[in-house]
Design a binder for this molecule. Structure first.
Ligand SMILES: CCC(=O)SCCNC(=O)CCNC(=O)[C@H](O)C(C)(C)COP(=O)(O)OP(=O)(O)OC[C@H]1O[C@@H](n2cnc3c(N)ncnc32)[C@H](O)[C@@H]1OP(=O)(O)O
Length: 653
């Protein structure tokens, strides 16, 4: 029988007593999920109370708060307006790229959301319809998300850094009735027109998936041409709309679809429900982040990512906090002090960002001198996630900020933290390289390939015993079998995180890296398989491999290796430039695919498998062994020579 985390031998060595609120919460959440999450659900407004907290009658599909009815938008806005927070700031839009700061009280945000919900309803959007949102970091993106939630429509936000092709695959899958977009985004000083990307995506998408209408928010720096009969102006439709009321939805009804990179080129549509999501996110704000209603909370991410969904929009508003919507970059808007300016100016208590953002700041302002200009006395803790937190960055932030710097680990699929130092329950000492302990609700284990538990300290697959807690994905959109195949099949009874790692003697979790082809570039999760599909489409390419190699700033960056077809004599530089442009056009700038090299052949095993791990080690200047199964060891020297030409593999072997 499998040992559960709390009964592991390692548990006996925990230097904590049973009165530790974290241990109590974690154990109760696993032994008595009905009681634990039922209690947490009392903090949410329900039109109809649930019949059952956890419905486990159809494993591996689990449902939370079955029979319950609620509205997520009501809980995020109206409840606070009616409960005395009408004049409190709900959202502060801070945009150094447009030199704008605009505050929305809960009343103002509720009213704007209700009007836009009315505008969506006027365009025929009803409960269960999908609305795709492709927008930069402007208040209208948040308003559109909440407006969907208000009328029971399912939003699907697509990150602005994706190209038309990626957008088209999401349109094909979600089949949105309406698309909401804006005329442009702003990348530091560059205006990026969104409309040509959107028009291109709609042209590429299947006819039966194309939207009936597009609502376009025209920004002053770019006016998008509107397609007659399909496109309408945001301001015009809102001016004509009447506010829409909140529609009660089943707890198990979908709130949103968020696409994430899969191991093939096709993204997976993670489905989040309404009830479990509202309960878990609201609960997490206190338990994990130790944040109360009225506090200012800032997640410096993008609404296109899960962090943006969970911790820019839903969780802070469910909790009655003030959330910050930041349209800028850690450096260059205008300088590496902007994070500290925002924290000081808006009295941020807790901030959440990705390590790559801190590395960018550290590179420009290594002694954190710009921080000294601002009053950070309200600042309580910095949380980091999205990629590995390297010890240098952790120490730099601890020294500069003098507040807890907390690494935590989660995924688009999980919706909130699998592992964290739950500051609202018990603050544990930080260990470098560890995301601390499994959060309540997450029965995390380390197993070998045969699904057998591994002892403390041994690296294996990180898996979570089912059921997953509320707030985690409930399925993949229109693809229950895909959920099983991608996450539940390999380790029966468990959710495969596709991360490898170990749990130490003290119960601390160390996440070491992915077990599939996903790489993490500046906190963006990308599929190397998808990039290989693009390179393979180049007429001169016979074979290719894309790998994530270490990068001081972005954590990892993709590097392509291509073998050309026989007889191709064109200059390699020309071909490489075309490949770079193809990835930018087909996946988007966010892929940061800037380096590729032409090689004579790829190192393979005798059975034909490309030795990606070995290439990666050569690129990262790590020790490697020549695999016994290699077809021809001489190829590794050729790969090394090719890597040197693009600035890698220049150290020891
Ligand atoms: C915990 C669960 C999760 O993991 S959820 C995911 C969490 N991840 C994050 O929150 C992402 C964290 N990273 C960031 O916010 C950014 O990378 C930061 C650190 C701000 C740096 O941004 P930046 O300098 O633009 O670099 P980048 O690598 O992100 O961008 C690469 C190229 O893509 C572009 N890009 C980026 N965003 C957009 C956008 N919204 N619209 C259009 N283009 C975009 C950038 O401009 C950049 O382009 P270029 O190659 O310089 O031409």
């Amino acid at each position: 029988m499998r040992l559960q985390c709390f009964s592991r031998p390692t548990q006996a060595k925990r230097r904590v007593t049973m009165s530790d609120p974290y241990v109590e919460a974690w154990e109760r959440s696993i032994k008595d999920p009905n009681g634990f999450w039922g209690d947490a659900a009392e903090a949410i407004h329900w039109y109809k109370r649930w019949d059952k907290v956890l419905d486990d009658s159809n494993p591996p599909f689990y449902r939370w708060f079955v029979g319950g009815e609620l509205n997520t938008c009501y809980n995020a806005l109206d409840r606070h307006v009616e409960g005395g927070r009408a004049d409190q700031a709900a959202m502060i839009y801070d945009s150094p790229v447009t030199d704008t700061i605009k505050t929305y009280t809960y009343r103002q945000l509720r009213d704007e959301v209700a009007l836009f919900a009315g505008a969506l309803a006027d365009r025929g959007v009803v409960k269960g319809d999908r609305v795709l949102i492709y927008m930069p970091m402007i208040p209208e993106a948040v308003i559109a998300m909440l407006a969907c939630a208000r009328i029971g429509a399912i939003h699907s936000v697509v990150f602005g850094g994706f190209a038309s092709n990626e957008l088209a695959t999401r349109i094909n899958d979600a089949k949105p009735k309406v698309i909401v977009s804006a005329s442009c985004g702003i990348e530091v000083k560059r205006v990026i027109p969104y409309k040509p990307l959107l028009d291109g995506a709609i042209r590429m998408s299947n006819t039966d998936a194309q939207p009936q209408s597009c609502i376009i928010y025209q920004r002053p720096m770019e006016t998008a041409p509107l397609t007659p009969g399909r496109d309408v102006d945001w301001k015009e439709v809102v001016a004509a709309a009447k506010p829409a009321d909140c529609v009660p939805v089943a707890a198990t009804d979908p709130l949103y679809i968020l696409y994430t990179s899969g191991t093939t080129g096709l993204p997976k549509g993670v489905v989040r429900d309404n009830g479990g999501h509202a309960v878990a996110l609201n609960w997490s704000m206190k338990a994990i982040y130790n944040v109360d209603a009225g506090d200012v909370y800032w997640a410096a991410s993008d609404v296109g990512w899960v962090v943006g969904h969970s911790y820019i929009v839903y969780a802070p508003l469910l909790r009655g906090c003030t959330t910050i919507l930041f349209e800028g970059k850690p450096v260059g808007t205008p300088d590496a002090g902007v994070f500290w300016r925002v924290i000081g100016q808006h009295k941020v208590r807790t901030m959440f960002t990705a390590p790559t953002a801190l590395r960018a700041i550290k590179r420009e302002d290594p002694r954190a001198e710009l921080m000294q200009k601002y009053d950070l006395s309200n600042f309580y803790a910095l949380f980091l996630a999205g990629e590995r937190l390297d010890p240098d960055t952790l120490k730099w932030a601890q020294k500069a900020l003098k507040v807890p710097v907390i690494d935590h680990w989660w995924q688009t699929e999980t919706g909130w933290a699998i592992c964290a130092n739950c500051l609202g329950l018990h603050a544990y000492p930080v260990k470098e390289g560890s995301a601390t302990k499994p959060a309540p609700g997450w029965n995390l284990q380390v197993v070998d390939p045969n699904n057998q538990p591994l002892p403390a300290g041994q690296i294996g697959a990180l898996v979570v015993k089912l059921p997953l807690p509320p707030g985690a994905l409930v399925t993949l959109y229109n693809n229950d079998q895909g959920l099983i195949k991608s996450y539940l099949e390999e380790f029966p009874g468990y959710y495969k995180t596709a991360d490898a790692g170990f749990i130490d003697e003290d119960g601390y979790v160390f996440v070491m890296g992915r077990t599939d082809d996903i790489i993490n570039v500046a906190g963006h999760r990308l599929s190397t398989g998808a990039m290989e599909e693009v390179l393979s489409d180049h007429p001169d390419v016979a074979e290719c491999a894309v790998l994530g190699v270490e990068d001081d700033l972005k954590g990892q960056v993709p590097v392509g290796f291509v073998v050309l077809k026989a007889g191709v004599t064109r200059p390699h530089e020309e071909i490489v430039n075309e490949l770079i442009q193809m990835v930018r056009d087909r996946i988007g700038p966010v892929a940061s695919f800037k380096k590729a090299t032409v090689v004579k052949r790829l190192p393979k095993t005798r059975s034909g498998k490309i030795l990606r791990g070995t290439i990666q080690k050569i690129a990262d200047n790590k020790d490697y062994k020549i695999p016994a199964t290699i077809d021809d060891p001489a190829i590794l020297d050729e790969i090394k020579a090719a890597l040197v030409t693009i600035g890698y593999a220049q150290g020891r072997r």
